[in-house]
Write a protein that binds this ligand. Structure first.
Ligand code: F6R
Length: 607
């Protein structure tokens, strides 16, 4: 969603800020803006892509070594220039960019208007600029601290003031801010990927902290002005990860990185001698995990489907009662969280507002809260009691691909760990470990079919609707495959448990409504074949994803994609890959903006 970049140093800020915004484009946005401090202070905003703003800034060529920039994903007010950030105070001296939502902006705005402040936008953010103006008496940092004490809601902010051209003030509550400290320059952003090409020395701001940045220096205080001592940490994002390399889109690059994502997820975590997985991040809570009776998994979107997969795996390998819950609905359930309930939050970004809110609720009720998160140092990683990092590497494409595969790999390891500390046998554990080790090469084999899958996309991408069906371990994969097609290709797709077909959706089937059937030769193969027959009987076209060498589908289906054979628990790690490629190729053929699909954001920081 929204993105912030800030700079103070010995270089012209404009190029660095625009470059930073480009690095944040993947998060999703609809307008952008920049403010640079110089003799007259420069402010420019535009609707649409950062390239439009870049062209404006190129023509105006503002000089100045301090500035802030923002990409906005509209919440309060339409995507217009007036609503784009940075917002300024009445005098045009102070500029502010904001991620998050000011919940009490209406009473604050009323009060500020009564004081004589003039508002120019429909946003909640603008109240922050006027609040700080109202609290400002020569010390910008103090004014920010004082103003924020009146704010309810979430924020990550960047503030500059013409009277302090050597300072940028940053603050956060519930919305991430990371500082990057270089030799004669300091940067800040809402996402470390915007800093990676300038410095590898970063500082993560905590909630209710305020940072004053000067060139090459930073000072952190609490909102109550207590000084905070914190050193920098090493950033682990490589420049290579931020570039598309030989691939036309990040999404394709990330699909092709999946063998390595699985290798990274497994590295150092398999103990063959004990037939178990080792997850260092869970060691401190192993006693409580062993006593747990009840597991609730909370997450959103693709991460929710990973959780749904995990439910089947935990149930198969342990005696835990498992529930998978959409994080956004968690608060409406009256769940009885007993002492022995464990809540597991799954998130790629670690910043998803619904998941954060749900895990806070679970903590409040006394549950042990674990995390499975990709982005190191993110809010969810920090707010859980213990957890595991995916180590999938930065994922830039808005559609989750490699992080999903990484999540379901690690969830399998978690279930294996929990199972082996209960009654799962050494032999059963060993079989899974051996199967997992085959996965990276098996995914590589599927990726060689990309051209053929493009041909299938050519054949089918004119369809307006698709049905995806699967059973048991393949049911969450059907849901995830359908989500990929919807979000990237904008083709309506329904994911269904194959057994549910006859309870309604089969009414939709006709020659124009193709079905993708997940039919590997596993324990539910015969049943899914019956479902395929029901579709054929209604003249529906079928693409089947099945196991290598299965020639029994014959005339029953129109097209077949084969995946290598492995344990049925692990086969979803393979069957998802052709579905990702199918969605990708359909989207490219239809001319969609694959890495930045309309209306979507990579990191969903509003509830
Ligand atoms: C779909 C997708 C989203 C995310 C969801 C949760 O491709 O990326 O559905 O999975 O917004 O995001 P995280 O995992 O960051 O919590």
């Amino acid at each position: 969603m929204c993105g912030i970049v800030a700079y103070v140093g010995d270089q012209n800020a404009r190029g660095i800020l625009i470059e930073g915004l480009k690095r944040l484009e993947y998060r999703g946005y609809d307008s952008a803006g920049i403010a640079i401090l110089n003799a007259s202070s420069y402010l420019a905003k535009s609707v649409g892509k950062v390239a439009v703003l870049e062209e404006r800034v190129r023509q105006d060529s503002p000089n100045g070594m301090t500035g802030i920039a923002h990409t906005r994903w509209a919440t309060h007010g339409k995507p217009t220039e007036a609503n784009a950030h940075p917002h300024s105070d009445c005098k045009g001296k102070l500029f502010l960019a904001h991620n998050g939502i000011v919940e009490n902006y209406q009473p604050l705005k009323k009060h500020l208007i009564a004081e004589g402040h003039v508002f120019r936008s429909e946003t909640d953010t603008e109240v922050l600029a006027h609040l700080i103006e109202s609290a400002y008496h020569g010390n910008l940092e103090a004014a920010v601290q004082k103003a924020l004490a009146q704010v309810e809601g979430t924020f990550g902010i960047a503030v500059v003031h013409a009277a302090h051209p050597d300072q940028v003030i940053m603050a956060r509550r519930g919305s991430p801010i990371v500082l990057g400290i270089g030799k004669n320059e300091s940067l800040a952003a809402s996402d470390a990927s915007a800093l990676a090409q300038h410095t590898d020395q970063v500082v993560y701001l905590e909630d209710n902290e305020v940072a004053r940045l000067e060139a090459g220096r930073f000072y952190i205080t609490t909102q109550g002005n207590r000084s905070v001592n914190r050193g920098t940490t090493q950033l682990e994002i490589s420049q290579e990860a931020m570039d598309r390399g030989k691939y036309p889109h990040f999404m394709l690059k990330e699909i092709f990185e999946q063998p390595e994502a699985v290798e990274n997820a497994l590295r150092g975590r398999l103990s063959h001698s004990e037939g178990v997985a080792k997850l260092g991040g869970l060691e401190s809570v192993m006693d409580r995990l062993q006593q747990a009776r009840h597991l609730i998994i909370i997450s959103c979107g693709t991460s929710y489907y990973a959780g749904l997969f995990a439910r089947y795996v935990f149930e198969a390998l342990t005696d835990l009662t498992v529930e998978t819950e959409l994080a956004s609905e968690f608060r409406y359930r009256k769940l009885n969280l007993r002492q022995n309930t464990v809540v597991l939050a799954i998130s790629q970004s670690g910043e998803t507002a619904d998941t954060l809110a749900a895990l806070r609720e679970a903590r409040r009720k006394g549950a042990l809260v674990l995390g499975l998160v990709n982005v190191v140092g993110s809010s969810i990683a920090r707010e859980t009691h213990a957890g595991v990092y995916s180590h999938a590497g930065i994922e830039v494409g808005v559609a989750s691909t490699k992080s999903f595969v990484s999540q379901i790999t690690i969830l399998t390891l978690m279930a294996l760990l929990a199972g082996r500390s209960r009654d799962l046998s050494f032999e059963e554990g060993s079989v899974l470990l051996r199967g997992l080790e085959k996965i990276p090469d098996q995914i590589r084999a599927i990726l060689t079919q990309s051209d053929r899958i493009r041909e299938l996309a050519q054949k089918y991408s004119n369809a307006q609707h698709f049905l995806y069906i699967g059973r048991k371990y393949q049911y969450p994969i059907a849901l995830e495959g359908a989500l990929k097609l919807k979000e990237i290709a904008y083709i309506h797709a329904e994911g269904y448990a194959a057994g549910e077909m006859k309870h309604g959706p089969i009414a939709l089937i006709d020659p124009a409504f193709p079905t993708i059937a997940l039919a590997p030769e596993d324990g539910s193969y015969e049943k899914i074949v019956s479902n395929i027959q029901e579709i054929r009987a209604r003249e529906g076209r079928v693409i089947a994803i099945t196991s290598e060498g299965n020639d029994k589908l014959g005339d029953l289906v129109d097209d077949v994609i084969e995946v290598p054979r492995n344990h049925e628990i692990l086969t979803p790690l393979l069957t998802i890959v052709p579905l990702q490629l199918f969605a990708y190729h359909c989207a490219v053929l239809l001319g969609r903006d694959v890495d930045k699909p309309r209306n979507l954001a990579k990191s969903v920081t509003v509830e």
